[in-house]
Ligand binder design. Sequence first.
Ligand code: TMP
Length: 212
Amino acid sequence: MHSGKLITFEGLDGCGKSTQLEKANDWLSEKGFTVQTTREPGGTVIGQQIRNILLNPEHEELQPESELLLYLADRIQHLQESILPEIAAGKIVLCDRFHDSTVAYQGYGRGLDLISIESIVEHCIKPYAPDLTILLNISPETVAARLNRRQEHAEKDRLDSESLSFFTRVAQGFEELSAAEPERFVCLNGEQEIEVIHQEIIDAFQQRLRIT
Ligand code: TMP
């Protein structure tokens, strides 16, 4: 049996990570790996309910600290109920967003001091750091353009209404996170063609994780 792994996909809203995650799933499955795709928030039944609270555009009264704790609650549930057992069973878990999103969005974007959650993170999340994190970089201006397109299709969620300066701060967060852990992160230009990015992700799997 193969050894299980956690691979996360990160980036600003509209960066194309969900498309790339699905293509990576197809590639790995064709190679014979057992793959589990999932996402945060919303990777469990409980998490799906948390996701509904978090992303409902009507929830304007949601406090930044409440939002932060809901993302953590979703993650701890997701890890214990699903991700860790799947890794233990030898699966490759591809997760659309993980803890880097909390640091980038709630820490850098909202400006929350994450010191208040440090002991929870230290005990419940840090021990299960991803084996690899694919970060798709797009400019905050591209985010705005892509979210406008979503709005035309009435698919906007609560966070899609954030400002350009919010996404600029989030991008800065991802940049600093990836610079601090270059061995975990693979940073790719998310403004390239879908197939070019897919090939770069396969290259990263082969070089960093020896997946062939
Ligand atoms: P998605 O659109 O990638 O499914 O993500 C939902 C939104 O939740 C997205 O705007 C990013 C945001 N988010 C956070 O703010 N903090 C987090 O910890 C996570 C996982 C997502």
